[in-house]
Write a protein that binds this ligand. Structure first.
Ligand SMILES: Nc1ncnc2c1ncn2[C@@H]1O[C@H](COP(=O)(O)OP(=O)(O)O)[C@@H](O)[C@H]1O
Ligand SMILES: [Mg+2]
Length: 229
């Protein structure tokens, strides 16, 4: 997943000293306030824009039938499972600033799905790169009432998953420890974790229940595929 998600760390903006010294002039010209929390992320060279592939270009979302999959080439299948990883990830975090915001805009812009998807790019190796996760987790969960009606149909529109992803979801479902595991990673890897908050109890339960929901959906897709054989 690291190749898909450039690592990100938070930092406190300080006018003097430390890592900010090198960009002092740029900082002076910006309107960033001292003490603001900013996120730093690894730069990926030569990113290009990405448009959603065919299954998500229609306004009416429906999963590809097993028969349709047979007609896809290997590169198309590789692309498809990357999109299914993306949709699954955005469902778990309730991120509304990628496909979901496009689905919302379909109300007045019929061609929105044919435009570049925000916060998503393609690396020179062809792989998708997910950036800017501001609209996910805490923020996404706070705005569920507005956006969740798009998240669920989007998840239901994918019925093909990478085996490793399905295994990891099954494990997080079995262990029922998703939020605790996330908190452990946050405390060990995020330099500002001691000064900043984490998910509320309710949001932590929501994360687990979304994992359980995804797990159920994957089982449903497995059963459907087995029945079609
Ligand atoms: N890690 C990165 N590597 C290369 N380019 C990036 C990276 N992160 C962001 N960008 C570029 O900056 C643009 C804006 O980034 P983003 O994080 O989405 O900020 P915002 O939406 O707040 O303006 C992206 O569309 C992309 O072109
Ligand atoms: Mg952005």
């Amino acid at each position: 997943m690291q190749r898909r998600l450039p690592p990100t760390a938070l930092s406190l903006l300080a006018a003097r000293g430390g890592q900010w010294e090198l960009v002092r002039d740029e900082l002076r010209g910006s309107h960033w306030a001292e003490g603001a929390v900013v996120s730093l992320t690894r730069w990926v060279d030569n990113l290009t824009d990405v448009v959603a592939p065919a299954p998500w270009l229609r306004a009416e979302l429906r999963p590809l039938a097993a028969g349709e999959l047979g007609g896809l080439s290997q590169p198309q299948l590789v692309e498809l499972v990357q999109w299914s990883d993306l949709i699954l990830f955005d469902y778990l975090t309730a991120n509304f600033d990628r496909l979901v915001s496009n689905l919302f805009s379909l109300q007045w812009d019929a061609r929105v799905m044919q435009r570049a998807t925000s916060n998503l790019h393609r690396a020179p190796d062809g792989g998708l790169v997910f950036i800017d996760h501001e609209a996910g987790l805490g923020h996404g969960y706070r705005l569920l009432a507005v956006w969740d009606k798009y998240n669920e149909p989007l998840l239901r529109s994918v019925c093909v998953f990478r085996e490793a992803t399905a295994r990891r979801v099954a494990e997080l479902h079995r262990l029922q420890n998703a939020a605790a595991e996330l908190l452990r990673l946050y405390r060990t890897r995020e330099p500002l974790s001691a000064q900043l908050g984490f998910l509320s109890e309710q949001q932590a339960r929501l994360l687990q229940s979304r994992i359980d929901f995804v797990h159920k959906h994957i089982l449903h897709c497995k059963a459907k595929a087995a029945a079609a054989l």
